[in-house]
Design a protein around this ligand. Structure first.
Ligand SMILES: Cc1cc2nc3c(=O)[nH]c(=O)nc-3n(C[C@H](O)[C@H](O)[C@H](O)COP(=O)(O)OP(=O)(O)OC[C@H]3O[C@@H](n4cnc5c(N)ncnc54)[C@H](O)[C@@H]3O)c2cc1C
Ligand SMILES: *[C@@H]1O[C@H](CO)[C@@H](O)[C@H](O)[C@H]1NC(C)=O
Ligand SMILES: *[C@@H]1O[C@H](CO)[C@@H](O)[C@H](O)[C@H]1NC(C)=O
Ligand SMILES: *[C@@H]1O[C@H](CO)[C@@H](O)[C@H](O)[C@H]1NC(C)=O
Ligand SMILES: *[C@@H]1O[C@H](CO)[C@@H](O)[C@H](O)[C@H]1NC(C)=O
Ligand SMILES: *[C@@H]1O[C@H](CO)[C@@H](O)[C@H](O)[C@H]1NC(C)=O
Ligand SMILES: *[C@@H]1O[C@H](CO)[C@@H](O)[C@H](O)[C@H]1NC(C)=O
Ligand SMILES: *[C@@H]1O[C@H](CO)[C@@H](O)[C@H](O)[C@H]1NC(C)=O
Ligand SMILES: *[C@@H]1O[C@H](CO)[C@@H](O)[C@H](O)[C@H]1NC(C)=O
Ligand SMILES: *[C@@H]1O[C@H](CO)[C@@H](O)[C@H](O)[C@H]1NC(C)=O
Ligand SMILES: *[C@@H]1O[C@H](CO)[C@@H](O)[C@H](O)[C@H]1NC(C)=O
Ligand SMILES: *[C@@H]1O[C@H](CO)[C@@H](O)[C@H](O)[C@H]1NC(C)=O
Length: 597
């Protein structure tokens, strides 16, 4: 491996209509309580209730301990050997993905039981019970029980969620992880429609993960508009919108959807498509996870797996923070509309100061690192030709730039993604807030304005990332049924800008500061692109006016649909549509004044 490609590898590693049914809620609700029941309190259901519930479920009720408890003497599951295993696995996506209650980002369990003996451990920050749901009936029974017993409920698939929407203290978790599997089609008739939609499609169970989809579809030379992380699952991904390196060609993941089967919070099993339950079909495609129901299966269009030429690239400055480096960044981003027009898509990372593996980390550099692709070709010259005018400009204008690249031809999407090592290789198990803002091409045309904003945006967490994952395919997408709930900013977006900041666990001041800092770092981008918004799936709880930032003018319709399908707020999360009637008070979820029943 050449020194240049070592630099590349090291730098890439930190990558990190109307409702047809009438809701039947009324009887048996327990909506008069000011707060949801908490474990240990008088209103918490007695064991005998849980046992009956378990029986009704056929025995799939779990009472999981916090996974980190194996490291803590005094906890029932303490086990020194397992502690070492868990502590090591804690940074992997798989570990949290396979656990019934864990979330990947520690602060959402309030760091309350990390796998380190020097830290405290209590189950209080974790859900109390989990249903290992494999059928719509399990989900329905869970909603019914939670409503009747006034128990808070969350939906967990993998726990990837950056906003902690899949975990809550004292909750009943509907754990859908084992609802996996898929079926392919060459044409698909949405149920209740008198026509078929021609073309390849896949029906995936609600917790099917990206890695599985890519691998299974590759067997028939197809692929999906999917995400970078192998373990990210379709349910949370598509309900948030779902960006992809293939989105600039085909639109977002939510734009590929032909039909969704779901269980609503009132316990109805519903088929939503352009011919029935159109409101839910619209809302479930971008309106947010765990808000309108639990998707048990999603049918979406698939596409021929493209041949790909990659371009992994670095432009660096040994002079850290040099004014010319930022000029180059401003110029680079001003060319993204050109790159999109030529069919280039990908991810880029702007590091103000990053370890330089060219000399074994002895020095640091400011660097632009990119991972781009061009589809339908095996000729690396094609991608080089597109970049040539840019490289010529950079070399002429900023000759101090050190640059290197590797360009490789891959026979399929899967080859690029898996063996090619372009899947998300970041780590989990940390305390991290991420932020985002969507940028239209107009916001990037003035290099001097762009570079100023990016200086601030990159100043926290080590990098500011510019993902070229929107562009023409997303702007011109034609979702079935005439539209979906994806935030309107996506339809004008070229780039999804994102960053992230890690902070010390068990330090409330550090946590609060991280949130303030990450939020403040986005402010210049908000000013640069004021009529845009942010991406709900890659954000944090401090997003100002999040309802409109995530959903724009779609918000009011989404809120009406939420009220119609979930009048009692059986599903509640933050930041989620229609959540204003409840707030978290310590570990409790309580009614907001004025919304008491
Ligand atoms: C490593 C990594 C890589 C990522 N890459 C991308 C990317 O390339 N593109 C992108 O757009 N995003 C990406 N994301 C963000 C990702 O879209 C979100 O984390 C998403 O919420 C994950 O969904 P999930 O179902 O896997 O996770 P979960 O945490 O289990 O669920 C997320 C939310 O969806 C709800 N939910 C889950 N399943 C269902 C269902 N079946 N029906 C209804 N609600 C459901 C949950 O209750 C929760 O509100 C990435 C995240 C990580 C950590
Ligand atoms: C909840 O139940 C009570 C009594 O069972 C009923 O009066 C009330 O209308 C119900 N509320 C809703 C929103 O269904
Ligand atoms: C509502 O909660 C109260 C207090 O926990 C309980 O006594 C009552 O039986 C519950 N009602 C229903 C319908 O479950
Ligand atoms: C639910 O029932 C199954 C089988 O009867 C049992 O193994 C399991 O421990 C029970 N769950 C709880 C939380 O008690
Ligand atoms: C546990 O946390 C302490 C304090 O932060 C740290 O010094 C130590 O290295 C950690 N131990 C393990 C095994 O990670
Ligand atoms: C959950 O259910 C699946 C499918 O039945 C089973 O394979 C798995 O072992 C169960 N997990 C737990 C923790 O009970
Ligand atoms: C399909 O249904 C629509 C609306 O109900 C109707 O107008 C149309 O004629 C039908 N088409 C066929 C081919 O049956
Ligand atoms: C997939 O493509 C390969 C290579 O072009 C071809 O040999 C194979 O037959 C195709 N498989 C299917 C199922 O179409
Ligand atoms: C760059 O980062 C390194 C390591 O954190 C630090 O030692 C160095 O001072 C930084 N350089 C500048 C110019 O900030
Ligand atoms: C890639 O590297 C080659 C060889 O150094 C160089 O000629 C070319 O301009 C580079 N391309 C890009 C896009 O940086
Ligand atoms: C986030 O930023 C907005 C706009 O600058 C500001 O109004 C808000 O107070 C900030 N929130 C936090 C928690 O810092
Ligand atoms: C979260 O943990 C901190 C200690 O790190 C504690 O002070 C705080 O009370 C906890 N939060 C809740 C809601 O209990």
């Amino acid at each position: 491996m050449s020194a240049k490609s070592r630099l590349l590898v090291t730098l890439l590693l930190p990558l990190s209509s109307s409702l047809c049914h009438v809701p039947s809620t009324g009887a048996g609700n327990n909506s008069s309580q000011p707060c949801k029941a908490t474990p240990g309190s008088a209103s918490w259901p007695p064991e005998a209730d849980w046992a009956r519930f378990n029986q009704s479920l056929g025995g799939v009720l779990l009472r999981p301990s916090p996974p980190g408890a194996v490291c803590h003497p005094g906890q029932p599951t303490y086990n020194a050997d397992q502690c070492a295993t868990v502590a090591t696995a804690w940074t992997t996506y798989d570990f949290h993905s396979n656990d019934p209650i864990s979330n990947m980002w520690n602060q959402y369990s309030n760091d309350s039981c990390l796998p380190n003996v020097t830290y405290p451990c209590s189950p209080a920050g974790y859900p109390a019970y989990a249903v290992n749901a494999t059928t719509p009936e399990h989900i329905k029974l869970s909603f019914q029980y939670a409503r009747k017993k006034n128990v808070r409920v969350v939906v967990k698939s993998t726990g990837h969620d950056y906003q902690g929407r899949s975990i809550a203290p004292g909750a009943l978790t509907i754990w859908i992880h084992h609802m996996q599997g898929l079926q392919t089609h060459t044409s698909f008739q949405p149920k209740g429609c008198n026509f078929s939609i021609e073309g390849n499609a896949v029906t995936a169970a609600g917790a099917t993960q990206m890695g599985t989809l890519y691998e299974e579809l590759d067997k028939i030379n197809q692929t999906v508009v999917g995400g970078g992380g192998k373990t990210v699952a379709v349910g949370g991904f598509i309900t948030g919108g779902g960006h992809s390196i293939l989105a600039p060609r085909y639109g977002l993941a939510a734009d590929q959807v032909l039909e969704i089967e779901l269980v609503t919070p009132t316990g109805e099993f519903v088929i939503a498509n352009e011919c029935q339950n159109q409101d839910l079909f619209w809302a479930m495609r971008g309106g947010g996870g765990s808000t309108f129901g639990v998707a048990t299966s999603i049918t979406m269009s698939t596409h021929p797996s493209p041949k790909i030429v990659s371009l992994d690239i670095v432009f660096a400055s040994y002079e850290i923070g040099a004014a010319w480096f930022w000029d180059m960044i401003g110029y680079m981003l001003s060319q993204y509309a050109y790159l999109d027009s030529k069919g280039i898509s990908g991810y880029s990372f702007i590091y103000p100061n990053v370890s330089n593996s060219l000399d074994g980390g002895k020095t640091h550099v400011s660097a632009f690192v990119g991972s781009f692709i061009l589809q339908d070709t095996q000729n690396t010259g094609d991608v080089q030709a597109i970049w040539k005018p840019m490289v010529d400009h950079i070399e002429a204008e900023w000759p101090q730039t050190v640059h290197g690249n590797t360009s490789v031809a891959y026979a399929s999407f899967l080859d690029w993604y898996g063996p090619g090592g372009h899947f998300d290789q970041g780590t989990a198990g940390a305390d991290i807030y991420v932020a985002s803002h969507l940028l239209n091409s107009g916001a990037l045309t003035d290099p001097s304005a762009t570079l100023q904003a990016w200086k601030t945006f990159s100043s926290v967490g080590g990098s500011g990332n510019a993902y070229l994952v929107a562009g023409h395919g997303v702007n011109n997408a034609k979702p079935r049924g005439g539209g979906n709930a994806v935030g309107p900013a996506w339809r004008k977006a070229l780039v999804h800008a994102t960053n992230g900041i890690a902070f010390r666990p068990l330090d409330p001041a550090a946590r609060a500061k991280a949130l303030v800092d990450v939020n403040a770092s986005v402010e210049p981008l908000r000013k640069l692109a004021p009529d845009m918004g942010a991406y709900v799936n890659e954000n944090n709880p401090a997003e100002p006016d999040w309802r409109h930032s995530f959903w724009g003018d779609n918000y009011d319709r989404l809120r009406k649909i939420k009220r119609a399908v979930d009048p009692l707020d059986t599903l509640w999360c933050h930041p989620c549509v229609g959540n204003e009637r409840w707030k978290e008070v310590g570990y409790e979820l309580c009614r907001v004044k004025g919304y008491e029943l």
